[in-house]
Design a protein around this ligand. Structure first.
Ligand code: KG4
Ligand code: ZN
Length: 357
């Protein structure tokens, strides 16, 4: 029996320091041997967002023992590792540099290949850690920094179908939470509040609902919530606003996903219709359930990463590393940290005032 590849993944693009060891079973399916994630939520809470300097400092303090723990928990020895994959972008440059430099140094000391990974590709491939998933597929990537529909044609071959022209969906959840007095990042808590509220209490705008293909916009929604939140007095009103916000987001995603399905089918003509939803917001069960229902209606197979692998982690970085390792796609040690690194490098930048849809 030939040795199965053993990949170390390292992630430090924002406010999670993470390391993971993955391998493959005899059927060739990935297996996660260890997955260590250390969140910095408590450090950034009082500032209402991620402070880059503090984030980088915390990565530096933690990276050694997190990687050591990932190796220890995997039950493998350091010299059994076949390659090291680190996130190289997109993200905060001071944060990226920590995991990237550590990965390069580690690879050099072990004399093993180094692989630079796009964090967004990590999210895109994260469902492969628990389900069989072949290319091509349609991806909805919904996180704190990104909201995009992409055709995933192959490893590193993406075509963007739609993107947000202003705020990311996770950002909209977090900003709404802040206005309701919930600590950063409040997205998950909005889901909890919404359970106790009336989703029909407040009528909120749905920007570019009937135009702009499957592009998205959430800034108008946030402005409207800001106005309403100033008049809110009771807890019940907070729950109602959270529920109305979540319902509006769901209506937007329902409509835009249908548009994305049509564009994906026209472009790719897939034999099997598969829809992957990944990124932190994919942990939202109400959004999941709506998208599963839509997939049933439209004959798509709905595929999600496990809830614990929706947010930032290093197992998804190792997953990209594993695919690249098998194709011998290695990177040189002068690979730069890339704060901006879109999955579809040909897609036009669609953000800010004056965007033409
Ligand atoms: O993918 P991720 O961990 O980090 C980025 O790469 O951005 O996503 C984090 C985002 C945050 O905005 C967080 O509030 C949101 O995902 N999020 C949620 C839920 N869980 C995490 N938003 C809504 N409902 C949730 N259950
Ligand atoms: Zn992420």
């Amino acid at each position: 029996m030939s040795k199965k590849p053993l990949i170390l993944g390292i992630e430090s693009s924002c406010d999670e320091t993470a390391a993971s060891i993955i391998s493959e079973n005899d059927q060739g399916n990935p297996i996660v041997l260890s997955n260590i994630v250390s969140s910095q939520v408590d450090i950034h809470k009082e500032f209402g967002g991620v402070v880059p300097e503090l984030a980088a400092r915390s990565h530096i303090e933690k990276i050694d023992w997190i990687v050591q723990k990932a190796i220890d928990d995997s039950g493998k020895k350091i010299d059994e590792i076949d390659a090291i994959a680190s996130t190289a972008g997109p993200g905060l440059i001071v944060c990226l540099s920590v995991g990237l430099s550590f990965g390069k140094a580690f690879a050099t000391s072990l004399n093993k290949p180094f692989i630079a990974v796009n964090h967004l590709e990590g999210h895109a491939l994260s469902p492969k850690l628990n389900s069989k998933l072949d290319y091509p597929y349609l991806l909805l990537l919904i996180s704190g920094g990104h909201s995009q529909y992409l055709s995933v044609k192959n490893l590193s071959k993406y075509k963007r179908l739609g993107t947000t022209i202003d705020d990311a969906i996770g950002e909209a959840f977090d900003k709404t939470a802040k206005l309701l007095g919930i600590d950063f990042p409040g997205g998950p808590q909005i889901e909890v509040f919404a359970k106790k509220g009336d989703p029909n209490k407040y009528k909120l705008p749905k920007p570019i609902f009937n135009k702009g293909g499957c592009n998205l916009s959430f800034a108008g929604l946030k402005t409207s919530i800001l106005k309403i939140s100033k008049q809110i007095k009771t807890d019940q009103e907070k729950f109602d606003l959270a529920a109305s916000f979540q319902k509006t987001v769901i209506e937007i995603l329902y409509k835009k996903t249908k548009v994305a399905f049509t564009e994906f089918e026209e472009q790719i003509k897939p034999k099997e219709k598969k829809f992957v939803v990944a990124g932190g917001v994919a942990a939202n069960r109400v959004i999941r359930n709506m998208l599963i229902k839509l997939c049933e209606e439209k004959n798509y197979k709905a595929i999600f990463p496990p809830i614990e692998l929706c947010g930032d982690n290093a197992a998804m970085i190792a997953m990209v590393g594993l695919e690249k390792f098998k194709l011998k796609q290695f990177d040189k040690l002068d690979y730069p940290a890339k704060p901006r690194w879109p999955l579809d490098e040909d897609a036009v930048f669609l953000k800010g005032a004056g965007v033409q849809l």
